[in-house]
Ligand binder design. Structure first.
Ligand SMILES: [Zn+2]
Length: 206
């Protein structure tokens, strides 16, 4: 009988656990990147406080922020890129979790302009069709207006590349985002493989 998997229900615990999973998968970029989950009362997004790496986050380091950037709960500072979470959660009904990281491999891969192809089975969770791409800026998403733009570019897809910056992924529930190492693990091997000009073995039948 398979062991039961325990997924926390407290948003602070969800965010802290998600951050540590991202740390374990090598997605830390100093203090950047975040996991966000919706507030059950609809007040905004719970995200990790600023100034911490993924591996440092505990439930006490998670804050509730509204769409205007005001901290409604928690004691830490609010990440400047909070609009990624608040605007995607506001625009996509049923979204249960948003992940944003500056994974090194995604930053490098997205700068090539190439389309991401699945080179492993987990890659088929994201493509085809082509992963969404936000191209208005590679800078930090600092304002609600930019957050709206990012949400619009993502549409109903589950992942979005931001060239020179990172990726955003969103799904219906917290457990679905356990695969968020996928875009990061796909990027560099994909670029390297095609850089050698070898024949392509398609994982998804065409
Ligand atoms: Zn970012």
């Amino acid at each position: 009988m398979p062991a039961e998997t325990s997924v926390p229900t407290d948003p602070r615990e969800q965010v802290a656990l998600g951050c540590r999973v991202l740390a374990a998968s090598g997605q830390t970029d100093l203090i950047w990147g975040h996991v966000g989950v919706p507030d059950p009362a609809g007040r905004g997004a719970w995200i990790k406080a600023r100034g911490l790496g993924f591996g440092e986050v505990t439930p006490d380091d998670v804050v509730l922020v509204d769409r205007g950037g005001e901290r409604l709960a928690g004691t830490g500072g609010v990440h400047v890129e909070y609009p990624i979470h608040t605007e995607i959660l506001a625009s996509r009904e049923g979204t249960g979790c948003v992940v944003h990281s500056h994974a090194e491999s995604v930053v490098a891969f997205s700068a090539t302009g190439m389309s991401l192809r699945a080179i492993g089975h987990e890659g088929t969770l994201f493509t085809p069709p082509e992963v969404a791409r936000y191209t208005d800026t590679g800078d930090l998403i600092r304002t609600p207006e930019l957050g709206v733009d990012v949400a619009r570019a993502m549409g109903d897809r589950n992942a979005l590349l931001i060239p020179h910056h990172g990726f955003v992924s969103a799904g219906p529930d917290y457990a679905h985002r356990g695969h968020d190492g996928g875009p990061a693990r796909q990027g560099l091997p994909d670029a390297a493989h095609r850089g050698r000009g070898r024949d392509w073995l398609h994982l998804v039948p065409r």
